[in-house]
Design a binder for this molecule. Sequence first.
Ligand code: PBE
Length: 268
Amino acid sequence: TSSKNVGDQVNYEITGIDPGAGLMKSTEKAMKDYGLKKDWTLKEGSAAAMTAELKKAYEKKEPIIVTGWTPHWMFSKYDLKYLKDPKGSYGKGESIHTLTKKGFKQENPGANKILDHFFWKPSDMEEVMVDVQDGAQPEKAAAKWVKSHKQEVGKWTKGAQKGNGKEVKLVYVAWESEIASTNVVAKVLEQQGYKVKLQQVEAGPMFAGVADGSADAMVAAWLPTTHKDYYNKYKGKFEDLGPNLKGTKLGLTVPKYMPIDSIEDLKK
Ligand code: PBE
């Protein structure tokens, strides 16, 4: 394979995820920035399909280029590297923010307080993600994390009134990172007496739901770059409770056995 260039080896294809993901927009931008639009295609699918293809290729030591992000279990399961992005198409490290619908603080001050206090580290999120990847039900993995991190959870719930059956509707997208965070927050709210409804949607409807009030909250806004378009579209129609995690990363990701290091290497 070494006689062929990387593009030929992977059919000039980058394995993407769901079309609504900010990562797909950033990748389109990267393809433009690095002059790859003419030869390369970005394949749409889902986060789960992407990791399935990565697994298949990795096990055979075949070349593959995927759209990746951190926190993600794939970096602990496989030896991977981000391709360098000297033009900065993917932006810098980001934070993940919690958003609620307008008026949620008045309507449900206890749940709002817990959501406002919710903050954890990339390694925490990864712990839950790895468990899910290893076959645990997201709910179970979340419960396990909550049980073994009483101190952190205690900070989130401190001073918050109990739910007494009050309903909280959370929307999320089936990205592994967001499956983890949303289930953990749901578990904590449930333990405080709230009745939590989880609704899995696409990225656009997730933001729209919080903006039009059909959902109470989401913990999945990647800012300032990845979800900039959604954020600006609905600005003023939601409350931004600030970061629940700091230090994410996005970019083109390849197995370490591939002989390329930079997005620039994809240009033939
Ligand atoms: N992600 C995971 C999402 C945000 C969370 C990086 C795949 C996205 O690109 O929109």
